[in-house]
Write a protein that binds this ligand. Structure first.
Ligand code: SF4
Length: 403
């Protein structure tokens, strides 16, 4: 089972951010939140034991927000609560998201390693100070590089860097040069996201007002396609639309999501999928605290329908370069994917947007560029009524969540 913890606080809000994160918390806010989190961890430890679902945790991912706002003492409280309440599996992958302005400290980074964190995901986003300013990031390029160097010196052997492409005014050539520079740092993993302007964010408003202009579509296509080629030529495996890794450094936690494995999400605004049920904790600190206090957390769990599961299987697996396992699809639906989507597959193959291999179907890189449109077409054609035996047979959590 995978375990996610959400830390919904940041020093300030970036101009493109639509994640659940509250800017400018004080020490007391963090402490109070941690107390609720410790209680929630204990509640789920008991419930999972009781329902027999408790199984070793194979990966922990602390995301946000900015988890690196937590002090080492606060991080230790989380580590201890997890050890007390969950069976942590051998070879555990433990990732933590960090921002350069709160993690560029060797002692802090060493302390994280000592607690068991063994994978650092650093929010570099860009090496161009002007672009960082447009994004509303708090750090400058040199600080990002310094945080990376310090993490290496501290002993992190698995560091991922987050980057954003398709920034206002950016040209493909600039992005490729930036990638060349980043690769020289020798990160183990890279997550490269195209900028999307979510409604109501300051950056989306700036675009509407004509204050910023995003690169044209063909320029963005070059960034994605040539960027992926460049990274592959430097030894990074393109294993998911936005993710690249050196051999053996793919993020096991995120791979678990794409393989539709069970996960439990703790903290405000976290999503869980376990025992055929899905629930999300409140994206409101007071409501979250109240649900933890009254042990009603997770009570709003809803059963995933067989159709939901098949849609997710198609949607998540086609994001990866491995693609959709056609045998698994048949086991879930009793249907042949190639036959069911025959006409659509024919058109997509003619346009070199998908490839079919024995037992697998995957998007080509050009297909990944238009993945949303392709997935939408496939999902429209997912059968409406599927047999009920596509449900998980893990014990339902309802009994535990009402205790
Ligand atoms: S650091 Fe991340 S979570 Fe926090 S405001 Fe910026 S984008 Fe959002």
């Amino acid at each position: 089972m995978l375990l996610y913890i959400h830390i919904p606080f940041c020093r300030s809000k970036c101009g493109y951010c639509s994640f659940f994160s509250i800017p400018g918390p004080g020490p007391a806010d963090l402490d109070a939140y941690l107390s609720h989190l410790e209680s929630e961890i204990a509640i789920w430890g008991r419930r999972l034991d009781r329902t027999g679902v408790q199984r070793p945790i194979s990966s922990i991912y602390i995301g946000g927000g900015t988890p690196s706002l937590l002090s080492l003492d606060q991080m230790e409280r989380i580590a201890k609560a997890l050890e007390r309440n969950f069976a942590l599996g051998p070879g555990l992958e433990w990732s933590l998201e960090a921002n350069p302005d709160s993690a560029a400290d060797r002692d802090y980074l060493r302390g994280l390693l000592a607690l068991g964190v063994n994978r650092l995901s650093l929010g570099l986003q860009s090496l161009d100070n002007k672009k960082l300013e447009v994004l509303g990031r708090r750090h400058q390029s040199a600080q990002g590089v310094k945080a990376f160097d310090l993490a290496r010196q501290a002993g992190f052997a698995n560091i991922s860097l987050d980057l954003i492409w398709g920034l206002p005014g950016q040209r493909a050539l600039e992005w490729l040069r930036e990638l060349e520079t980043v690769v020289r740092l020798q990160p183990d993993h890279l997550s490269c996201y195209g900028l999307t302007l979510e409604e109501e964010t300051p950056l989306a408003q700036a675009e509407t007002a004509g204050e910023i202009v995003l690169p044209l579509e063909n320029e963005q296509a070059k960034m994605f396609l040539q960027g992926a080629e460049l990274l592959e030529s430097k030894g990074y495996l393109h294993y998911e639309i936005s993710n690249f890794s050196r051999m053996g450094f793919a993020c096991r936690h995120n791979q678990g999501y794409w393989q539709s494995r069970s996960y439990i999400g703790l903290g405000a605004g976290a999503v869980s999928t376990l025992g055929g049920l899905r629930w999300e904790t409140p994206r409101n600190l007071d409501e979250y605290a109240e649900q933890v206090r009254t042990e009603r957390i997770g009570e709003a769990a809803a059963a995933l329908t067989p159709e939901d599961k098949v849609k997710e299987l198609v949607m998540l697996s086609l994001r990866t370069t491995k693609g959709l396992n056609l045998i698994e699809y048949r086991e879930h639906t009793g249907q042949d994917f190639l036959r069911r989507h025959r006409r659509l597959i024919q058109v997509l193959r003619q346009n070199d947007l998908i490839r079919v291999h024995p037992g697998q179907l995957r998007l080509t890189r050009s297909g990944m560029l238009v993945s949303n449109a392709i997935l939408e077409r496939f999902l429209q054609e997912v059968p409406g009524h599927l047999p009920d035996d596509t449900r998980d047979h893990a014990p339902a959590l309802e009994s535990g969540s009402k205790s």
